[in-house]
Design a protein around this ligand. Sequence first.
Ligand code: NAP
Ligand code: HSE
Length: 436
Amino acid sequence: MKTVKIGLLGLGTVGGGTVDIINNTMPEIQRRLGQNIEIVIIAMRDLNRSRSADTTGIQLTDIPAEVVNHPDVEIVVELMGGTGLAKELIETAIQNGKHVVTANKALIAEHGNGLFALAKKHNVIVNYEAAVTGGIPVIKALREGLAANKIEWLAGIINGTGNYILTEMKEPGADFAKVLQVAQELGYAEADPTFDVEGIDAAHKLTILASIAFGIKLQFDKVYTEGISKVSADDIRFAEQLGYEIKHLGMASRLENGYSLRVHPALVPNTVLMANVSGVMNAVMAYGDHVGATMYYGAGAGAGPTASSVVADIIDVIRWKDQPLADQVPSLGFALDQLQSAPVVSVEEIETCYYIRCFVKDNAGVLVKITTILADSNINIEHLYQEPSTQKPSDATLVMITNKVKESKLNLALSALSQLKEVDGEIMRIRIETLG
Ligand code: NAP
Ligand code: HSE
């Protein structure tokens, strides 16, 4: 049986999971592939740190260039992360005629246009299923399974750490920092967890999903990005009382004048499937013009699920590497020269209902002032709730749900509200998404 030799850049959470799968599942993989996979070299920073993965017989190095220049390595598996050294190494691997598998969404979202062009020039494959939603094969589903459709929109929970935090924050007394620390210990978070908490990781993934769905170039810098760091346990509780769950969503839709690409927390009605996606689980809904709504669900982060996608990509490369690249599924699902540079529409153009929460002086006449400002902007309040503030005895917490309103108009009204001396601190505004 033929053996394909591979080299790994990184032996952390995902790298370790990949070694474990290859060590433990080889007989089943051989039955699928008719070939054997052998890891011959792995690069890491610290050669002295003890690792749970069994690397017996594998060359270990702290010089990553040795992996991409190794004469026997046919496939370089990049599981280091980052957009500096990882980019240089992948470029070298491609120039050396090696195929690449990566889980690095930051790299694909920010530099994928150039990397895919380079790979085409050198006739090698770059696979990246693990970069989006961990173990869910959503890249394959959108790129191949829905190829007959014009995708109208997609929406999803695409960051496991964020969803884990929002789920755990429902427990009374939960502390944001402690919950994040647990997510890090479980191997869910990025090396810099602000990527998870501030929505940057989700924006990377949304960039990739939108490209594949619509056949547009990767445009990470155009994604509207808001994280979960300002969502409080009280917001989660108020939302629940009103029949919603707060979820961090990535959303992309095709509009008349371009595309909407956004990542932000949202109130989702608790009756829809997406509201019930909890913990580290992710889900992506995609709506195709022929198929209608489809949904993909599974573990979005962690060693086993992510390595499952990495190994599936390795198997795909082995199956396809000897075929001409022109006969294969293009990296982003559309021929590279057919990708459009589409205009991205400002988030101020969207129209939706909003959850608004603010602290106000608990005095007579305050409500009238607030509702007058909203009424002057023709913003209708569908629901209003007030309770004593847990933070300041002289304040009340005011929660409102508005009717559908254009975001630019809401922002003007919120700016006027924030000028009122009776409004204390920052006003929280969360979009409501029905996902229908
Ligand atoms: P990680 O646990 O921090 O592992 C990174 C690995 O890369 C470590 O083994 C580290 O070496 C090695 N490394 C980093 N810089 C290096 C350098 N300059 N030279 C040599 N080795 C270096 O990260 P991870 O969670 O496995 O994530 C890896 C990639 O997968 C990232 O792109 C991430 O976004 C992506 N990803 C992660 C998940 C997840 O659930 N964790 C899911 C999907 C995608 P040491 O071990 O010696 O420090
Ligand atoms: N940090 C990422 C997450 C890893 O939590 O979703 C998976 O991409």
